[in-house]
Design a protein around this ligand. Structure first.
Ligand code: PNS
Length: 177
């Protein structure tokens, strides 16, 4: 009975347009939220996939990054938060998704994103990368820049969801202690 139900869900998922929005989200910014909200209107389901990258030392742990994202997307019913390690194309296949969503900011993003889209396409020709132009308000912001400004006491209100703002203040207050 359970197997039948799972097979049924699997078949429905195969018919759905599922997009994966991958990233470090360390932490999620309003630029990310803009891409998530807009892609949730285009696709049946959007999976925000937080990468567990062993090479980088993130400011927020994977659990913290996922919790902040889950709270930030709670009003968007067709958006879910997950995490992955290893190749993005493998995760996409496991999730029965067909599309990678990426936000594209200023020109500097282009070369890297072009390379990623081509290597991912080479590894799996059934997966397409779709780029959304970042909203003009977020053109020059990134988690990295926001983290740096916050660490130096700069005002980053309005650049990240309110909860993230509070958490960034707490993080840097505890670093100074
Ligand atoms: O927010 P970021 O750090 O720019 O996100 C980068 C991310 C997670 C999208 C990228 O590093 C990625 O896809 N990593 C998974 C490994 C992979 O599949 N790489 C592409 C082929 S080498």
């Amino acid at each position: 009975m359970v197997e039948l139900a799972l097979a049924f869900i699997g078949r429905i998922e195969l018919q759905m347009r599922i997009a994966v929005y991958p990233g470090s989200f360390d932490p999620v910014t309003n630029g990310h939220m803009d891409v998530i909200t807009r892609s949730s209107k285009i696709f049946d389901k959007v999976i925000v996939a937080v990468v567990k990258n062993r090479k980088k030392t993130p400011l927020f742990t994977i659990e913290e990054r996922m919790e902040l994202l889950e709270k930030a997307v709670k009003e968007l019913p067709n958006v879910e938060v997950d995490h992955f390690e290893g190749l993005l194309v493998d995760f996409i296949k496991k999730k029965n998704a067909q599309v990678i969503v990426k936000g594209l900011r200023a020109i500097s993003d282009f070369e890297y994103e072009f390379q990623m889209a081509l290597i991912n396409r080479r590894m799996n020709r059934d997966i397409e990368t779709v780029f959304l132009m970042t909203g003009y308000k977020w053109f020059y912001t990134s988690s990295k820049i926001i983290n740096e400004a916050a660490s130096l006491g700069g005002n980053i209100k309005g650049l990240v969801p309110d909860l993230v703002y509070q958490n960034l203040l707490k993080k840097y207050a505890s670093v100074e202690e």
